[in-house]
Design a protein. Structure first.
Lengths: 186, 158
């Protein structure tokens, strides 16, 4: 509650052009925003650019915040929409993580570790194959630990829609990873 | 009532997000004990859930805030096309557009009504009158054949 109140105070100061207040707001939330963008883009440089764009929008639109939602909801909504628009503009699938690079680095690793690294890469590829909104809902639920109510507020959809997005995402992932799972279960 | 596999999978998804009540959770567990396919699906989902949560966190680069600052400075340096903030200008634009539509409609109305009131130069009566040169009978005495004929024709034309 205290954090929310002080976020609102900082945002109000940002709206008046107070750069020191804005800098403090950025420092507080930069890690969360950056990692959300990183989960979604799977590229560090893209994530940094997205996060910078998101905070630039916070600066520009600080005046338009009416207090009808919590500041964190407003920030996440801005972040989610920026990420989704970025994916829409690109309209290309992100490149999968380089398999050979990781395997080359792991030549001295035990077979279990090698298999784990390969699984991680396959998971990244599987996440990349999901529709953008399903992937975003999954990131918000599994990585950010957001409740369905929070996800619904951020993505501006109903709670049943959130349930559906998550179920379809998990179903798709399970189908894509099935050959690997069958092999490991042997 | 027994739980079907499709319902069980939906409940597994809800369980991952702590959305299941105790009664439904018990039914799900009972189903999982008897269904290897759903057990398998459950294991896969648990693994996926853990993997997503365990992904590395990154930190912003040293120049992160400076880059944001540069964007703000560049945006401030760009020439403004409007005196007003664009978002504030939209209601004014809307009102101006409505006023223009109103003025245009009024002018169109005046123009069209002017056309309708104009003498019907191309009506059948006017054409017949010109063709037959009926005005030629205008000076005849009231009881002459020509005047009667003229009255007859005028009556038919009316």
């Amino acid at each position: 509650m205290e954090t929310e109140a002080s976020d609102l105070k900082l945002l109000a100061l940002t709206a008046t052009g107070d750069q020191a207040a804005f800098a403090q707001l950025v420092r507080r939330h930069q890690s969360r925003v950056l990692n959300l963008a990183y989960r979604f883009s799977r590229d560090r440089q893209d994530a940094e650019e997205l996060a910078q764009e998101i905070f630039f929008k916070v600066w520009r639109h600080a005046r338009t915040f009416k207090g009808q939602s919590a500041f964190s909801t407003w920030l996440y909504r801005l972040a989610v929409n920026t990420c989704l628009n970025h994916r829409q503009r690109r309209k290309t699938r992100p490149d999968p993580m380089p398999l050979t690079g990781d395997l080359a680095a792991a030549t001295a690793q035990a077979p279990d570790e090698l298999e784990a690294a390969e699984r991680g890469i396959q998971l990244q590829n599987a996440l990349a194959s999901l529709p953008a909104r399903q992937e975003m809902a999954l990131i918000l639920a599994s990585f950010e630990g957001k409740s369905y109510e929070e996800i619904a507020a951020v993505m501006e959809v109903s709670i049943p829609a959130v349930e559906s997005l998550l179920f379809r995402a998990r179903q798709s992932l399970a189908a894509v990873l099935r050959p690997w799972n069958k092999k490991s279960e042997g | 009532m027994k739980m079907h596999c499709r319902k069980a999978k939906k409940n597994i998804s809800l369980a991952l997000d702590q959305r299941l009540g105790p009664a439904v959770r018990e039914k799900l567990q009972a189903h999982l004990r008897s269904c290897p396919s759903c057990q398998n699906w459950n294991q896969r989902q648990l693994w996926l859930h853990e993997q997503i949560q365990a992904q590395e966190m990154i930190q912003p680069s040293p120049g992160f805030f400076t880059a944001i600052q540069n964007k703000i400075d560049q945006s401030a340096a760009r020439p403004q096309l409007f005196f007003f903030h664009p978002a504030a200008f939209r209601p004014l634009l809307l009102r101006a557009a409505m006023l223009l539509v109103l003025i245009f409609s009024a002018l169109l109305g005046f123009f069209l009504s002017g056309i309708l009131d104009a003498p019907a130069a191309n009506t059948d009566a006017a054409v017949f009158s010109r063709t037959m040169n009926l005005d030629a009978f205008a000076d005849l005495p009231a009881d002459s054949f020509g005047a009667a004929y003229d009255r007859l024709l005028q009556g038919k034309l009316q």
